[in-house]
Design a protein around this ligand. Structure first.
Ligand code: GSH
Length: 135
């Protein structure tokens, strides 16, 4: 059954790890997978664009069913393989709400880290331009 699945992923990518971990937790080893290199812009290759027009990784396919959001792929796998491997969505409303809270916290943290990185890059660029102008 996992032979019907394909995961295109890139190293160092937390959304890709998310789907890889989920596949392991659900004991779905043996799926087709391909590691692509961000530096070589392989995530913008036709192979990826055919699966994910946004040109982002992970790109996940189960049969002909394509999912490109890592959390969506995780929910799909949990629901499709409920009784297989580890159960990852708790039943109680409290525990489930806590799970969603952690999910959204991670997303918010990711956004803040991106903003911070962007700010550092911009500040450094402005500083370099300033130094150049003074010479
Ligand atoms: N919300 C997406 C995010 C996917 C994403 O941003 N992937 C990054 C790697 S971590 C990517 O492919 N970046 C390349 C790009 O945006 O061009 C998910 O969770 O699957």
């Amino acid at each position: 059954m996992a032979k019907d699945m394909t995961l295109l992923w890139g190293s160092g990518s937390p959304p890709c790890w998310r789907v890889q971990l989920m596949l392991e937790e659900k004991q779905l080893q043996g799926y087709n997978q391909k590691r692509l290199c961000f530096y070589k812009m392989e995530h913008k290759s036709q192979e990826v664009l055919d699966m994910n027009p946004r040109g982002q990784l992970p790109a996940f396919k189960c049969g002909n069913y394509i999912l490109n959001e890592s959390y969506a792929a995780c929910f799909f796998l949990e629901n499709q393989y409920k009784s297989q491997g580890n159960k990852l969505i708790p039943d109680s409303p409290e525990a489930q709400a806590l799970m969603y809270q952690r999910m959204f916290e991670v997303l918010t943290l990711g956004q803040k880290m991106c903003m911070f990185t962007l700010m550092c890059i911009t500040t450094k660029s402005i500083w370099l331009l300033f130094c150049e102008a003074r010479q």
